[in-house]
Write a protein that binds this ligand. Structure first.
Ligand SMILES: CC(C)(COP(=O)(O)OP(=O)(O)OC[C@H]1O[C@@H](n2cnc3c(N)ncnc32)[C@H](O)[C@@H]1OP(=O)(O)O)[C@@H](O)C(=O)NCCC(=O)NCCS
Length: 177
C-alpha cells in the first residue's frame, strides 16, 4: 500500500484490490464507461456481477504474474489498473494492462502513480520481463503518459476499434523489465 498527497491536499491510497472491493469496483467501471470513448466497452455494456468481480480480484490477489490495483480517495475508488500475465509457462513472463481514472480526477497524477507501482511490482516479481498495452491511436493523453514511463511503440492493429460509426487502429506499446 502506498499513500501520497495531491496538489489539492487530498490523500490518495494505492493498494491491491480485495474481494470486499467488488461492488464498489462494479460501480466505478459503470461510471467510467460513460466518461470515455477510448475504452473497449460501451456505456453500461459490461454486465459484471459481484461473484464474477470477486473471482477476478481473487485470481489476481493470489497470482505471481497478475496485479489488480486501485486508487482510493477518502474510501472512494477513483482509479484502477489491471495487469494479467499468461498462465502458460512460455508466456507467463509477459502481460497486458488496462488503466482508468474517474474523469473528475484526470491530470492529477493518479494514473502515473498506478503505473509506477506496476513497474516496481514487475521489477521485484522476478517473473515479469515485459509489460504490454494497447491504446487507441488518437488517445494522445494515454500515449504521452506511457511514453513518459519508457513504453515504446511496437506495432499497430488496424480497424480494431469501431466507435460512433468510425474505425480506429490501436497502437501496441511495450516496456521491457
Ligand atoms: C489516460 C488516463 C488513465 C490518464 O489518467 P490521469 O490520472 O489523468 O494521468 P496522469 O495525471 O498521471 O498523467 C497525465 C499525463 O497525460 C498526458 N496529458 C495530459 N493532458 C494531455 C493532453 N491534453 N494531451 C496530451 N497528453 C496529455 C501527460 O503526459 C500527463 O503527464 P504529465 O502530467 O506528467 O505531463 C485517464 O485520462 C483515463 O482514464 N482516460 C480514459 C480511459 C483511458 O483512456 N484509458 C487508457 C486506455 S489505453
Amino acid at each position: 500500500m502506498k499513500e501520497y498527497i495531491l496538489s489539492n491536499g487530498k490523500k490518495v491510497v494505492i493498494r491491491k484490490a480485495e474481494k470486499k472491493d467488488a461492488e464498489e469496483l462494479i460501480k466505478f467501471i459503470n461510471i467510467i464507461s460513460y466518461e470515455s470513448d477510448f475504452l473497449t466497452f460501451e456505456p453500461g455494456e459490461l454486465k459484471l456481477t459481484k461473484e464474477l468481480e470477486e473471482s477476478i480480484i481473487e485470481e489476481c490477489y493470489n497470482s505471481d504474474n497478475k496485479l489488480f490495483l486501485i486508487a482510493e480517495i477518502e474510501g472512494e475508488i477513483v482509479g484502477n489498473l489491471s495487469f494479467k500475465g499468461s498462465n502458460r509457462r512460455r508466456l507467463k513472463h509477459a502481460g497486458e494492462f488496462g488503466i482508468s481514472v474517474k474523469k473528475e480526477y484526470w491530470n492529477m497524477g493518479i494514473a502515473s502513480q498506478l503505473i509506477k507501482e506496476l513497474i516496481e511490482w514487475a521489477k521485484s516479481s522476478g517473473i515479469i520481463k515485459k509489460i504490454n498495452l494497447k491504446v487507441r491511436e488518437d488517445n494522445e493523453r494515454a500515449i504521452n503518459l506511457y511514453r513518459k514511463f519508457g513504453f515504446i511503440e511496437e506495432g499497430k492493429i488496424s480497424k480494431e476499434f469501431y466507435v460512433n460509426g468510425k474505425y480506429y487502429s490501436t497502437i501496441l506499446m511495450g516496456l521491457e523489465i
